[in-house]
Structures are given as C-alpha cells and as structure tokens.
Design a protein around this ligand. Structure first.
Ligand code: MG
Length: 377
C-alpha cells in the first residue's frame, strides 16, 4: 500500500463521525464514506441534473453525474501523486455537488431569491444538509454520518453567519484556517474539470468556435501544439487533443506547485496544514492567470450566451412558481414534506422544507411538476 505523507488525513488523525460506529472489517473510513455517497439517493439524481445545459437538450452533454466523475478522476490522480489520502479526495469529489438544485446555477439563483428572507439558499451548504440530514437510510442516525474530513471538504465556502451555526465544521471560516490538502485539491480539481468540459460541451452545442477560443492563451498554446504534431485532424478530435493537453498541463502544474509549497513549509502533521495562513494546494502564477482568462472567456461566450440565458429565464420562472405553489399549498408536496411543513409553526422552517423538496428535484421532474401544476391551475 502507498505510504502516505505524515500530513495526509488518516484514520488516526481523523476527527471521526458525529455518531460513533464500529469500524468496518475491510474498508477504511473514507472508502466507507465514498460507498455511502455512491449508494445515496441524491447521488443517483445527479444523472438528471444540469451542469450548464438542461438535461433533455442532448444525450452527449455533461450532467452533474458525469461532471462529478470527472472531478473524482482528477482529484484521485492529484491526491495519489502527492501521497495523500486518495479515498478521501474521491469521497469529497463524489459528494461535492449533491446539494445542487435542478437547472444548474439558474436554479440555485432562483431558489436563493425565493429564500432571501428566510436564510437564503446555497448549494454548498445544501450538500452538507443532504449528507447530514436529508438522506434517510439508517435506523440509528439521520444522514450518512460521514467523517468530519469528508464533510469539511464538501463545505468549500460558507458565509460567517452560516459558519457560526455549523459548530466545529464552520470554525475554519471564522478562524481563517485551511481544510485538509485532500479537500484543497478536490476544490481545484472541480475547476479544472468544469472549465475543460464546458469547452467541449460548448463546441458541441455550436456556441463556441475555435477562432475566438484560440485567442485565449491556454487554449491557443495547446491548439498550436496539436496543429504542429497533427495535420488535417477532424475538428472533434482536434478539440479533444487540445482539451486533453490542457487538463494535463493544469494537473501537472498543480502537482508541481503544491510540492514546492509543501517543501517550503515542511509541515510535520495535519495541524500545520490547517493552521497555515493560505492553502498549500495552488496553481502557479502563470497558469492561474491563464485559467482566469479562460474562465472569463467562458462566462462571456458560453454562460451568458443567448441560448443559455433563455434557458436560465425559463428555469428561474419554473423554480419560482414551484416555490410559491408549494408554500401556498403544502399538500401539493409528497406526504413526508407536507407533514414536515405543516408541523412547523415557524415560517423560516416551513420555507426550508419547500426549498429542500425543490432542491432535490431533477431537471425533468421539476419540469413535469411545473406542467402538472399549470394544468391544475
Ligand atoms: Mg462541481
């Protein structure tokens, strides 16, 4: 078995689970966490949730599930190269998007507006709610009872107000401390994954073109490299060759830069990692700059593209009308949710039940709910 660094997360330095459990015979803590996540209901729903494109637009686009698997692949590679806990990185990656609403960021924005007077809605925090409370699979406890380190990695960011309510888990946001290296690297693996696959999906949808993408340094550099080696490639293969190289460059840079930072700090244990004033997992200045340029390009040319915007407007309308309908009439929700909403006197709690129900929906389920409600009206 691979020898882990002394500052990696292990079962000996783990802060453990909320509810104590006997150890498993063959699997370590984080293999178990990973398995629990894979078997969860929220994980299965990722297949029918949007990343950028709505799920029914085409079979070839990324969904949250395929995105999640790509993040897990990158996170495991980086984790293993740095002799860190690969199982933990994988578990965090697989759970990182569990709290996403239907219709991607459009859905989250809409739900956040609906909840503005009742604590707001944030997908990161919702992912924690899913694994801590909403998944109902165990007789002994609510949620999946994941280890602290897995939950810490899922909670990438958090407002001070919310951090205060999260106890131990929120502490680092108040004390400005760092999560484990496994969590830090999974966060960047997420970025590497979506920037690159959004290019691929954007091409496929005919919203991006090589001519303008070539102007960005990161894409342009690798594009020239591919053209030098291969003449007359089919456009699709050419794009894959460029993306493959970009991911490789970004991943290698991340590994090298992080190794450098580790060498300078020379951490002796995980406390040194947590107490450091900034993350040790980082991209080089140059690659960070190039990634930011690419992100900006994607924002302007893809995320704000007319077709994506149209979809966004539709999604916002659907989420807002579902929210209003369920709030006015709890009985339109399934029995469990209806009962929970009716039992709660407090308006804040009632709206949270509605938000939980909507957030758990897949794109297509939200669509059909909306259609049914429109027919009733
Ligand atoms: Mg993600």
């Amino acid at each position: 078995m691979q020898q882990l660094e002394k500052f990696a997360v292990t079962k000996d330095n783990s802060k453990g689970r909320i509810y104590a459990e006997p150890e498993a015979e063959y699997r370590d803590l984080f293999q178990r966490d990973r398995d629990r996540i894979i078997h969860s209901t929220a994980f299965r729903r990722l297949e029918y949730k949007t990343q950028v494109f709505v799920n029914h637009e085409g079979d070839l686009f990324r969904t949250r599930l395929t995105h999640t698997l790509e993040v897990a692949q990158i996170a495991r590679s980086v984790s293993s190269a740095l002799n860190l806990n690969e199982n933990l990185s994988e578990a965090i990656a697989l759970a990182h998007d569990l709290g996403h609403t239907p219709f991607g960021h459009a859905g989250q924005g809409a739900l956040n507006r609906c909840m503005s007077e009742n604590g707001g809605f944030e997908h990161n925090l919702q992912s924690i709610r899913v694994v801590d409370i909403l998944e109902e699979r165990y007789a002994e406890h609510p949620g999946l009872n994941l280890c602290f380190e897995t939950r810490e990695g899922i909670l990438k960011h958090c407002s001070k107000k919310n951090a205060c309510e999260l106890g131990d888990l929120g502490k680092r946001f108040l004390e400005k401390k760092q999560p484990s290296l496994e969590a830090q690297l999974t966060n960047i693996a997420d970025e590497i994954a979506y920037n690159n696959h959004d290019i691929d999906d954007g091409f496929r949808a005919g919203m991006l073109d090589i001519e303008s993408l070539k102007e960005t340094e990161l894409f342009g550099m690798h594009y020239l490299e591919v053209c030098k080696v291969h003449k007359n490639l089919k456009k699709r293969v050419l794009i894959y060759e460029v993306i493959r190289r970009m991911i490789n460059t970004l991943v290698l840079d991340l590994i090298h830069e992080t190794k450098k930072n580790i060498k300078i700090l020379s951490p002796q244990n995980i406390k040194d990692i947590r107490n450091h004033n900034e993350p040790l997992v980082a991209q080089s200045f140059e690659l960070k700059k190039q990634s930011n340029e690419l992100k900006k390009f994607l924002r302007i040319n893809l995320y704000e593209h007319k077709r994506v915007k149209e979809m966004t407007t539709k999604a916002e309308h659907i989420i807002a009308s579902l929210f209003m309908s369920f709030l006015e009439n709890h009985q339109l929700m399934p029995h469990d949710y209806c009962k929970k909403a009716q039992e709660n006197e407090n308006n804040m709690e009632k709206t949270r039940v509605v938000a939980d129900y909507i957030a758990g929906m897949t794109d297509r389920f939200a669509f059909s709910c909306y259609e049914n409600l429109s027919n009733i009206k």
